[in-house]
Design a protein around this ligand. Structure first.
Ligand code: NAD
Length: 471
């Protein structure tokens, strides 16, 4: 059992803290947002994540406590995980002021050897800065180490991603420090967690036990940025291919199957759509670009990845326009506002950005999202109507737009939806349905990188039924 402080109880900190408690460690979750703290202490779950309510119920008040007292939490812990936000600055750098403010509070509580762990996504050299800040505040050099332990969880499957990771990366510049991290993750790496009857169930293709990769801190910092940049590149690549497919009348789903079965490429993240979003990819690409430039390398490939992503939304808007002719005054049903399925997070959500553009074009919008309504309301206020289900959203709408790949959208009652709509037009930004089936149901159906179909114009080519992805 280790004593751990996790500073920042957002998507990453809360999940990490709850999972560490589930390993058997004693965890103090620290946050400076008093409202969030009070909610957590009162048994509320501030974010929508599968299995998180169960874990919080299991450990709240026993192995998992919540506190606003950073000094006391650091003093009581062997390892301090920094999981605060690192939002982008105007120039695209990561704003590390929250990380710095936590680092400044640590030295006064260093009464014995402790490891300070970067869990937040930070640019290379951050661990060196954290070390300098702690030393400048009168800490003894051998009283602490700084490690990098980047987090690869995906919102929507955050708990299972944390408990069943593809790999655990530990950046540590001393063996003593690496050993602390090895001990923390031992229940996963020695497989004992997975044998417990109360273990949270894992995904089908989980790697058990997961490998723990020890690197230098700089390499670990780079691994996180490079991983996100690579994944974003994969998304932009297939979106660019989808655009070519649209130009020549090919079917991107067939192309994906053809290239994704090459084991060197793999099928995951080859999901054409309206582009990536969320709190990570957009900001991490900018930060990686900025840090590379500072270090003397112009990473122009990343510019192109970001440009294609931006353009993808504009292409989709053009598609909506070409389907509806004029937009002013049109009533649209929007299914999905979260940046991806399974989460209530709307940060940098392409669905939300598109909705805002459509509002600016004079459309009237009624939206349904299974989890993101409250957060979207904080941004959109009364500019749009919110429905409690897809069918109410579709009532009297001139078209239905699918903007987020929620699992439940794969099982809609299309006959019922058709009856609600003014015109049976579906514009799918996530390629959730089989065009042929949609045409057979009486819809004019537009998707990404596949020919449009309508009941009068049968599809050019058939496409295999698609399973909902969750990558
Ligand atoms: N969200 C993801 O899917 C994800 C995945 C991997 C990595 N990350 C990275 O993890 C980090 C955190 O992301 P998040 O989505 O959890 O952010 P978040 O905004 O949801 O949570 C950050 C939390 O830190 C708290 N905080 C800020 N300053 C503090 C301080 N001085 N003391 C105590 N608490 C403080 C905030 O109140 C907030 O609750 C970011 O660097 C992000 O890039 C996020």
């Amino acid at each position: 059992m280790m004593r751990i402080a996790v500073v920042g109880s957002g998507y990453v900190g809360l999940v990490a803290g709850a999972c560490f408690a589930d390993f058997g460690h004693q965890v103090i979750l620290v946050d400076n947002d008093q409202q969030k703290l009070a909610a957590l202490q009162n048994g509320q779950v501030p974010i929508h994540e599968k299995f998180l309510p169960e874990l919080l119920d299991r450990h709240r008040g026993h192995r998992l406590t919540f506190s606003g007292d950073l000094h006391a939490a650091v003093a009581a812990s062997d390892a301090i995980f920094i999981a605060v936000g690192t939002p982008p600055t105007e120039e695209g750098h990561a704003d590390l002021s929250y990380v710095e403010s936590v680092a400044r509070s640590i030295p006064s509580a260093l009464d014995r050897y402790k490891v300070v762990v970067e869990k937040s996504t930070v640019p290379v050299y951050t661990s060196e800065w954290i070390r300098k800040i702690i030393l400048r505040n009168a800490a003894a050099p051998d009283s602490f180490d700084v490690a990098s332990n980047p987090e690869f969880l995906r919102e929507g499957t955050a708990v299972t991603d944390f408990l069943y990771p593809d790999r655990i990366v530990v950046g540590a510049d001393s063996e003593r420090c690496a050993e602390v991290l090895r001990n923390i993750y031992a229940p996963l790496t020695d497989g004992s967690y997975y044998q417990r009857p109360d273990a949270i169930p894992g995904p089908d293709r989980a790697q058990i036990p997961p490998p723990l990769i020890v690197t230098s801190t700089k390499s670990a910092e780079l691994i996180k940025h490079a991983s996100n940049a690579f994944l974003a590149m994969k998304i932009s690549f297939i979106n660019a291919v989808a655009s070519v497919c649209e130009s020549v009348g090919a079917n991107v789903q067939q192309v994906c199957r053809g290239i994704g079965t090459d084991s060197r490429i793999g099928p995951r993240f080859l999901n054409p759509g309206i582009g990536y979003g969320g709190s990570c990819f957009p900001k991490d690409l900018k930060a990686f670009r900025a840090v590379a430039r500072e270090c003397g390398y112009e990473f122009r490939l990343l510019d192109e990845v970001m440009l294609i992503n931006e353009e993808q939304r504009h292409r989709f808007l053009r598609k909506i326009r070409s389907a509806l002719w004029t937009l002013r005054g049109k009533r649209l049903a929007v299914l999905g506002l979260a940046f991806k399925g399974g989460t209530d997070d709307i940060r940098e959500s392409p669905a939300l950005l598109l909705t805002q553009t459509l509002l600016a074009e004079g459309c009237r919008i009624c939206a349904y999202d299974p989890a993101a309504k409250a957060r979207a309301q904080e941004v959109l206020h009364s500019q749009i109507e919110f429905a409690d289900n897809p069918y109410d959203a579709a009532r009297h709408a001139d078209a239905l737009l699918i903007l987020t790949e929620w699992e439940e959208f794969a099982a809609l009652d299309w006959n019922r939806l058709r009856d609600q709509l003014n015109d049976p037009i579906v514009i799918d930004g996530r390629n959730l349905y089989d065009p042929e089936a949609m045409a057979a149901l009486g819809f004019t159906y537009y998707s990404v990188g596949r020919p449009a179909v309508s009941p009068e114009i049968p599809p050019l080519s058939t496409s295999a039924p698609r399973k909902l992805k969750n990558a």
